[in-house]
Design a protein around this ligand. Structure first.
Ligand code: NAP
Ligand code: F7E
Length: 353
């Protein structure tokens, strides 16, 4: 029997790398779209084996870009995959305020390029499509927790672009019968999370303190609350979503929420340090309760023009229909990430802004 094939956009990212491994283990022929960069960065995939087209085993990487229809058309026509996981995105919310047009081009128009390519290659009947939608689309929805019926109130260019891609996917499902589904995923983190997201920024800072190379950790809004889960569990549900007979959209999260402040406290507690908070607003500081050492300060650079204050998933539909439930709780997630960063202390001097 011929292996099922999958094309992953965003394969070099956190989720793409976990998903590639998950699909390889299931016997899939895995293809990935990667963009050209001056410094090759496929570390997250290196251990899985890369191969040339035509050879067996490993992953086939194709050069392309979400901003380039011709490469997307070419790759889809050549690979004609059974499944497409569209994970590529300019995924940083704060950066999207500085690069709004580009973010929209990659995330929204990029998704439309893939959907149109599926029509043009006449594989709408053959290919199933997964769209990486985001809890950011809920924005400040005013309803807690958020489920599939919660109205969207996006608060950033990133969230607006993801909402565009989300509705385009639903439209192609309704209009052309494409087996297209959206996973509305809440924040999911791991040792592979880019260091510019707050969780990894914090766990890396804790690891540096542990090695006596600590520098004051500069953060923005400590009060924002997120529903943080563990990324490897979240890529499994992407696959489960595409195995359903009827395409649909699902909210995926743990159902629990914590503030950035609490995540910071838990991360320092993982190495035996208690934070004592003093001051208020931009003058607030977190100091080591025993030594008085300054651990955390506020830097307004990390504030966003519009912030999402409170995200908490209601994943009841996924639990009921997909039999999926997040198992890693926040305490364990923090311990996994801190331990990985302590084991990998080379990674200093990375730009975390
Ligand atoms: P990530 O680590 O930032 O990875 C993003 C991927 O997209 C990378 O492979 C990146 O390539 C690629 N990419 C960016 N711009 C591209 C372009 N112009 N052309 C081709 N590829 C491009 O993101 P992630 O955390 O794995 O998230 C995966 C997807 O889920 C994203 O769409 C994200 O928006 C969405 N999402 C994430 C979360 C979360 O908490 N992680 C929650 C909800 C939704 P490079 O490696 O070359 O940069
Ligand atoms: O921010 C606050 C910040 O950048 C979380 C992406 O994967 O999840 C992610 O988006 C919160 C925000 O992730 C810093 O203001 C405080 O309230 O880690 P983040 P995000 O914006 O939630 C969603 C679901 C996605 O779809 C996105 O692709 O933390 N915060 N201080 C900070 N954030 C950062 N980055 N850096 C700080 O210093």
């Amino acid at each position: 029997m011929t292996a099922r094939s999958a094309l992953i956009t965003g394969i070099t990212g956190q989720d793409g790398s976990y998903l590639a491994k998950f699909l390889l283990d299931k016997g899939y022929e895995v293809h990935g779209l990667r963009r050209r960069v001056s410094q090759p960065h496929i570390e997250r995939l290196a251990s899985y084996g890369l191969r040339d087209e035509g050879a067996s085993g490993g992953i086939v990487l194709h050069y392309g870009d979400m901003t380039d229809s011709s490469s997307i058309n070419r790759i889809i026509s050549e690979v004609r995959p059974h499944e497409i996981y569209n994970l590529a995105a300019q995924s940083h919310v704060r950066v999207s305020f500085d690069t709004a047009e580009y973010t929209n081009n990659v995330n929204a128009t990029g998704t439309m390029r893939i959907l149109d390519a599926l029509r043009n290659a006449r594989v709408v009947d053959k290919t199933r499509f997964y769209q990486a939608s985001s809890s950011e689309m809920f924005g400040n929805a005013g309803r807690i927790p958020q489920d599939e019926q919660t109205p969207f109130e996006p608060q950033s260019p990133y969230a607006v672009s993801k909402l565009n891609a989300h509705w385009s996917t639903v439209n192609f499902r309704n209009g052309y019968g494409l087996h297209a589904s959206c996973g509305i995923l809440f924040n999911h983190e791991s040792a592979r999370r880019s260091p510019t997201f707050v969780t990894r920024k914090i766990t890396r800072a804790v690891a540096r303190y542990q090695a006596d190379r600590g520098q004051t950790l500069k953060l923005g809004n400590l009060e924002a609350r997120r529903d943080w889960g563990h990324a490897p569990e979240y890529v499994e549900v992407m696959w489960t979503i595409l195995q359903q007979e009827i395409p649909d959209d699902y909210v995926i999260g743990t159902g629990e929420t914590q503030s950035v402040r609490t995540f910071t406290e838990l991360a320092f507690e993982a190495v035996g340090r208690q934070i004592e908070w003093t001051g208020a607003g931009v003058d607030e500081q977190g100091v080591d309760a025993s030594s008085g050492e300054l651990l955390v300060a506020i830097d307004p650079y990390y504030f966003r023009p519009t912030e999402v204050n409170y995200l908490q998933a209601n994943p009841a539909k996924a639990e009921r229909k997909l039999q999926w439930k997040a198992s890693t709780k926040i305490g364990e997630l923090v311990r996994i990430m801190v331990a990985a960063d302590i084991a990998d202390l080379d990674a200093t001097n990375v730009d975390e802004s």
